[in-house]
Design a protein around this ligand. Structure first.
Ligand code: AHG
Ligand code: MN
Ligand code: MN
Length: 340
């Protein structure tokens, strides 16, 4: 017999069921987006299975090659990159892909059907943390193609965040989670590794009104603009009227963002003289997380304008980023407008 505890227990909902139920709200949907999201969840499982074995198999360490960002490519980056590409190159859902690890857009191989969506991804975010058992992630962004038919084009990839159809991330931490939005709120799923299913654990995530943390690489403080310095003093409670926040910085943007999404707070990576455009990539990192932030009631800015309104000019364009609670990000804009 059911007792009251059983009746009130939350539903067990797999990511597959959740995506399908979301799709049902759109009678015109063909199922392509549903399939694409489901394949990204599968990619996440495959990558998670490798990250958790990272110390056991010969996949650790630098591979020796340097990616288009001038950074060392590590083996797990390559593995994650190939996993995502190969899971999606033949499904007929995509017209083209773009990866942080490749200078040019990634075409769908000849002989495979071309679909109506575009997938941009950062296969492994926080790769400097791989060797040290610190959380890392994968970020993805999905657009509708602009070109009519045939292979997708660079222009298909260069769309403003406003035109996103869906975005999300996987985080490989003490557990593996997938967080995504199709513009109907933000939903988080935790992988149950014993059965290999992502189960809905964080329905309709909203950023708490009262923030807890600020997250920045404070080691670069002497390189910051006056506006960013003054803003940080504000966050530290050195200005009147605000008692200040605690500092947390992991150095994996997905992990820093995810924590702040659940606790409230702000993450920022400002421009410095040696990186006048900032470090983070607009299309692979800033835009998808900006979309998630906005869907959870937050906001993302480059210090002067909404990240989602920026028209990208190149695939690997960088941007300064301030992302988190709306009030905190608007404060950054205020300080930057006043001092910089
Ligand atoms: P990636 O590993 O994809 O190159 O991204 C790393 C990014 C971001 O995840 C992180 O917040 C930031 O770089 C850390 O940079 P610093 O080490 O300069 O703080
Ligand atoms: Mn990254
Ligand atoms: Mn990366």
């Amino acid at each position: 017999m059911l007792n009251s505890h059983t009746i009130h227990a939350p539903q067990i909902l797999t990511i597959e069921r959740h995506i399908l139920e979301m799709q049902r709200k759109f009678p015109e949907a063909t199922g392509a987006l549903t399939g694409l999201l489901y394949d990204l969840a599968l990619a996440g499982k495959l990558i998670a299975s490798q990250t958790t074995r990272a110390g056991l198999v010969e996949i650790l360490g630098k591979e020796g090659s340097v990616n288009v960002q001038g950074e060392q490519v590590m083996k797990l980056d390559r593995l994650a990159d190939e996993t995502i590409y190969r899971l999606n190159d033949h499904t007929g859902r995509l017209a083209i892909m773009g990866s942080e690890e490749h200078e040019d857009p990634l075409p769908i191989p000849e002989g495979y059907p071309k679909g109506k969506y575009v997938l941009l991804y950062d296969p492994l975010d926080g790769s400097s943390n791989i060797d040290y058992n610190v959380s890392i992630g994968t970020i993805f962004a999905i657009y509708r193609r602009k070109s009519a038919t045939g292979p997708g084009t660079l222009e298909d990839c260069l769309q403003p965040g406003r035109d996103l159809v869906a975005a999300g991330y996987l985080i490989y931490g003490s557990s593996t989670m997938l967080v995504y939005s199709t513009g109907q709120g933000v939903h988080g799923f935790t992988l149950d590794p014993t059965v290999g299913e992502f189960l809905l654990s964080h329905p309709d995530i909203r950023m708490p009104q009262k923030p807890t943390y600020y997250s920045v690489n404070q080691g670069y403080e002497n390189l910051w603009s006056e506006g960013v310095r003054q803003y940080t003093y504000y966050l530290q409670g050195k200005k009147k009227g605000f008692k200040g926040l605690s500092l947390r910085y992991i150095g994996s943007m997905v992990a820093d963002f995810h924590r702040n999404l659940l606790t409230g707070g702000v993450y920022y990576y400002p421009a410095v003289p040696s990186q006048p455009q900032g470090k983070l990539r607009l299309l692979y990192e800033a835009v998808p997380l900006a979309f998630i932030a906005e869907q959870a009631g937050g906001y993302a800015s480059d210090g002067r304008r909404n990240i989602l309104d920026i028209q990208p000019e190149s695939l690997h364009q960088r941007t300064p980023l301030f992302i988190g609670n709306r009030g905190l990000v608007e404060k950054a804009e205020e300080y930057i407008a006043r001092y910089d």
